[in-house]
Design a protein around this ligand. Structure first.
Ligand code: SF4
Length: 110
């Protein structure tokens, strides 16, 4: 082991994971790392390059609370990517409207 490899630490995105809880738009993200700071589960790591988007390293730990999206100063730079099972709506026969079960809405059936 050479001296350089003993000193350098690298972080890489967790690509093999099937979970992708957030999507960061690399073109609009300014790399402010506010999402990194606010995340209650610490799923992000800041980029080693100043101004570059953070990396999602611990995607399975995400709670989907949306704090990263809420705090981001650039609209559309980061968005939640809910698991497929959470994205399937029900459709009303009468109206054709889509709705989600268990959402706090008086229109939804109990
Ligand atoms: S808060 Fe938004 S702009 Fe800042 S690093 Fe995160 S995604 Fe990029």
């Amino acid at each position: 082991m050479n001296k350089k490899s003993e000193q350098d630490i690298y972080v890489a995105p967790n690509n093999p994971s099937p979970s992708r809880p957030v999507i960061i738009d690399g073109d609009t993200c300014i790399g402010c790392n506010q999402c990194v700071e606010v995340c209650p589960r610490d799923i992000f790591m800041p980029s080693s390059v100043k101004g570059e988007p953070p990396q999602v390293v611990f995607s399975e730990e995400c709670w989907y609370d949306g704090s990263c999206v809420f705090i981001c100063p650039v609209e559309g730079a980061i968005k939640l990517h809910f698991p497929l099972m959470w994205r399937v709506p029900w459709k009303r026969k009468e109206t054709g409207d889509y709705f989600w079960v268990n959402k706090n809405d008086e229109k939804n059936p109990k």
